[in-house]
Design a protein around this ligand. Structure first.
Ligand SMILES: Nc1ncnc2c1ncn2[C@@H]1O[C@H](COP(=O)(O)OP(=O)(O)OP(=O)(O)O)[C@@H](O)[C@H]1O
Ligand SMILES: O=c1[nH]c(=O)c2[nH+]cn([C@@H]3O[C@H](COP(=O)(O)O)[C@@H](O)[C@H]3O)c2[nH]1
Ligand SMILES: NC(=O)CC[C@H](N)C(=O)O
Ligand SMILES: [Mg+2]
Length: 513
């Protein structure tokens, strides 16, 4: 994506949980950023011509046998380097310092004492809170380095060699729990690397369009369009790049919300004037999921069935080789990577069948939801689309615990529609990340009109979040909870009890399956 001319920072990935978060913070500072594997060659770095390099954290220990190590020449090419956590330990190890295992791990909020307010610490408080997550520590900094900060248990919590432009911090400046972290990153970007910070979403559009053109040339492209934020933004971006070579396919798998199919078709066919195919696959999906109760199996079957529908539509259109998806970074990391664990297989990543022939076009794969929303605004999408709450591709199928039946779908669809209406009415829709109903598919006893009932329980899941990676339940006003509860029990036949989910993510997840 790099043009070579614009200012850019490289994040070298050593397998850290927060590598993307580092990249995202840098973009927030107005500097373009790319993540590259730690094994990148010096020649490739020279070609990319970054203004500086950041080493991410990582689960390994530098003295371990299989520890990921970059080419040590990286310290000799006159580029500023900032090592974070493992990245700093590797810097110390490579340049002759000493890294050893600590007796006690340092984890979470920690008080940092800044010994020298230079380099990344320019204008930082003398004592500042930072987020730590390490079991190794630097016992001796390499020759030529100054120790710039320490904590109670870490003697070298930060170090620098200003003459060589090499800096290291043991803590994580990229997480929100390090309140002055952004200031430190800015010090590195602007004062040390000399960046100007002129990158913005407009520049992202230009780069993404160029990249899509280079990937697909004059070939035709299919876009998996759900009408949600991500695929809408992806579709508009690809449309900008290749115009009428693009055909969007919207799949009705039968697990959509009330009125959703009609609304998506209306918005995109009439409003956007895009080629849109409406694929009615309700029977296919219902047949495929008949009797399936295990959540990962549901997700994988749905992921596969989506691709089969796209293949069938592509064949009708005369064979298309490229498939656009609105995949975001959290979909990728939660589906599991070489270094990260599988949390759940998102249908569009971990749920893809192995024999899929499409080449994927995923322009949003490195971004987080709020960045995609900013991009959507940049592309001129309406607020109705940009601020739509996320809706998972597998839809209501993963909000019915256990077997999916017509009856359960109908109950959930009606209940969910009431949640939507009441949240809208209370003026809360946009303030909330997601608000929806789930059907745990358990029944309990009630009494209605002096008669015994034995009917379903509906769960309410209403959460706030910045990027879907972590979330907390919303302290909804009692009156709103009350009207949702009353309306569902009164209006949806087969329900006699409402419960409110009051767990955060982690330890729960947002969806129930
Ligand atoms: N019903 C559908 N028809 C076609 N493609 C779909 C459908 N549902 C999901 N997809 C594809 O799967 C991708 C991932 O779904 P996901 O729900 O994460 O994104 P989205 O629907 O675009 O945005 P949002 O997160 O706001 O709902 C979508 O970007 C889209 O490419
Ligand atoms: O397109 C999707 N395909 C999926 O398989 C999927 N699973 C979860 N989600 C959405 O991702 C966010 C995080 O959800 P969880 O906390 O349940 O993992 C929430 O916003 C979820 O709605 C999905 N989206
Ligand atoms: N978060 C990290 O980068 C950890 C680095 C190293 N594995 C340690 O435990 O010290
Ligand atoms: Mg969606």
């Amino acid at each position: 994506m790099s043009s070579g001319k614009q200012e850019m920072i490289l994040v070298m990935d050593f397998g850290g949980q927060y590598s993307q978060l580092i990249a995202r913070r840098i973009r927030e500072c107005g500097v373009y950023c790319e993540i590259v594997p730690f094994s990148i060659s010096i020649e490739k770095i020279r070609q990319m011509a970054p203004k500086g390099i950041i080493f991410s954290g990582g689960p390994s220990s530098v003295y371990g046998e299989k520890a990921p190590k970059c080419d040590p020449q990286v310290f000799e090419i006159n580029l500023p380097v900032l090592g974070i956590c493992y990245g700093m330990q590797l810097t110390a190890h490579t340049l002759g310092g000493k890294v050893t295992h600590a007796d006690s791990r340092e984890y979470g909020n920690t008080k940092l004492v800044v010994d020298q307010k230079t380099g990344v610490f320019a204008e930082i408080s003398g004592e500042t809170q930072v987020w730590m997550s390490h079991g190794d520590y630097i016992a001796e900094a390499p020759a030529g380095f100054t120790i710039t900060a320490h904590t109670n248990s870490t003697p070298v919590a930060a170090m620098e060699n200003t003459a060589r432009g090499i800096f290291g911090v043991q803590f994580h400046p990229e997480v929100v729990h390090t309140p002055e972290g952004m200031k430190m990153l800015k010090n590195f970007l602007f004062d040390i690397c000399g960046c100007k910070g002129e990158w913005n979403m407009g520049s992202f559009v230009d780069q993404a369009v160029a990249k899509i053109k280079a990937q697909v040339g004059d070939k035709r492209v299919l876009c998996a369009l759900s009408g949600g934020v991500d695929s809408s933004v992806a579709a508009v971006l690809v449309h900008r790049a290749v115009g009428d070579q693009l055909t969007c396919v919207f799949v009705n798998h039968g697990f959509l919300r009330k009125g959703e199919a009609e609304q998506v078709v209306k918005t995109f066919r009439d409003g956007f004037k895009m080629n849109l195919v409406y694929a009615d696959a309700v029977d296919r999906f219902m047949n495929r999921l008949n009797g399936i109760t295990e959540p990962e199996q549901k997700r994988k079957l749905i992921g596969e069935e989506f691709i089969r529908v796209f293949e069938a539509e592509s064949a009708k259109l005369g064979q298309i080789d490229y498939l656009v998806q609105g995949t975001l970074y959290p979909d990728v990391i939660e589906s599991g990577t070489e270094t990260a664990a599988v949390i759940k297989s998102h249908h569009n990543v971990g749920g893809l069948p192995e024999d899929m022939k499409f080449e994927l076009v995923e322009p949003l794969r490195d971004l987080f939801k709020d960045e995609v929303r900013a991009l959507g605004k940049e592309l001129g999408l309406s607020d109705d689309i940009v601020y739509r709450q996320p809706f998972p591709g597998p839809g209501l199928a993963i909000r019915i615990i256990g077997e999916i039946t017509e009856e359960r779908l109908e109950i959930l669809r009606e209940a969910d529609s009431i949640v939507y209406q009441e949240i809208k009415k209370a003026g809360l829709y946009r303030k909330i990340w997601q608000s929806f109903a789930v059907l745990p598919a358990m029944k309990s006893v009630g009494v209605m009109g002096d008669e015994r009932t034995y009917a379903y329980t509906v769960g309410l899941r209403i959460v706030e979040s910045e990027d879907g990676m972590t979330a907390d339940w919303v302290r909804l006003p009692y009156e709103v909870l009350d009207s949702i509860s009353r309306r569902i029990v009164n209006e949806v036949k087969g329900v006699n009890r409402i419960v409110y989910d009051i767990t955060s993510k982690p330890p729960s997840t947002i969806e129930w399956e």
